[in-house]
Design a protein around this ligand. Sequence first.
Ligand code: F0G
Length: 458
Amino acid sequence: MSFKTIIEPFRIHSVAPIRMTTPEQRAGFIADAGYNVFSLRSDDVLIDLLTDSGTGAMSRNQWAAIQHGDESYAGSPSWEIFRDAVQNLFPFKHVIPTHQGRAAEKILFTALGGKGKFIPNNTHFDTTRANVEYSGAEAVDFVIAEGKDAANLHPFKGNMDVQALEDFIQKVGVANIPVVMMTITNNSGGGQPVSLANLHAVSDLCKKYGLPLFLDACRFAENAWFIREREAGQGDRDVIDIVREIASLADGMTMSAKKDPLGNIGGWLALNDDELAGVCRNLLILTEGFPTYGGLAGRDLEALAVGLTEIVSHDYLKYRIQSTAYLGNALLAGGIPVVQPIGGHAVYIDAKALLPHIPALQYPGQALAVELYKVGGIRGCEIGTVMFGKKPDGTEVPATMELVRLAIPRRTYTQSHIDYVIEVCLAVKANSEKLTGYRITKEPPALRHFTAIFEPIT
Ligand code: F0G
């Protein structure tokens, strides 16, 4: 017999309070924040779906591991435990610990980027793109066409368009492409997975041209679970085996340990090339730390090592993917357009479809994110023209999609929290015709979504 209720495969062990607020209070808080949800105090948020990054709950075994941390500057046993846990899943020769994923990106693209270089990816995440561009190189995205169509039901919308990638390699030349990246799952494209077949195809293409392939593997376990669920011939496999096969197709990886490794902080760069590893370690020492702790404390390394064993649990992944789909499917059933199929770590509301009367350059996603906060205290995040519209040359171009991401922190909210989110979203939809757009009154030169100040257009 199977039951439809998805139970969380854990009991609550330690709790953090949620402070209740009224719509009137929230209208004041968001105005004070310049209508930017990143500028809100988290105490003023009821359900925080801003990100799944570092916001999850650690297990009691992870907290116990924190006590086991050894804070020696060099050669700490905590480092060995961490390195072994990484290599157990991703057997790359060199593991370089960093404080976050973006630090790994900064090091990698400082070593490999630069003017005249191109970095292909299925879709660059915003920090990845920013680090590529900061180095002077150009970030180019080759996700399949289905991946840009919010309603398309393709099971692997994170896949790379292999033909387009090959055409590009031939056009700009192998010498100008220091590395090819694959983001699993494809966060900016809706948390959509990449198939094992596509990873093989990209890996074969890279080998054909002698190009290194690196994974941006933040949500590798969720991606592997989708492969197990959706790809022919994969259904009987252990997720660990799928992960190891994925690793075997690449030459290295960048990682944010704040996602699937179940940490509150952390990241790493891992790779096989000895010479490149040497350059990267020197950069690590400049800005992160000594190679056996990088940007992390020994206790963090220990917690991550435990997280890496917990994340590949089938019970956990089944709950994780089903509970995200529970939110997405309920929104769909209520007539709210969302990116389909539902992704792994988040539900992405299609603000362009929900608010067709707000033009892209008046930021429909921002309007929706602000309204979700005002109505229900829910903090999501615009992934659209605010995030991607500003080009390095200063021009502004509408993004391909106008999304609001409701990212689900791992092991943090219960089904009743999510039922509340569903109710709030339906209430916002009922009033959607009355929403208006926003203009930006102040913005920084890069990554403007974090700090821009907005004003409602009335
Ligand atoms: N790559 C991807 C695909 C990401 O989703 C992130 C972070 C990073 C790299 C950078 O990692 O934050 O540890 O420096 N994504 C978070 C998010 C911030 O909300 O999606 P980081």
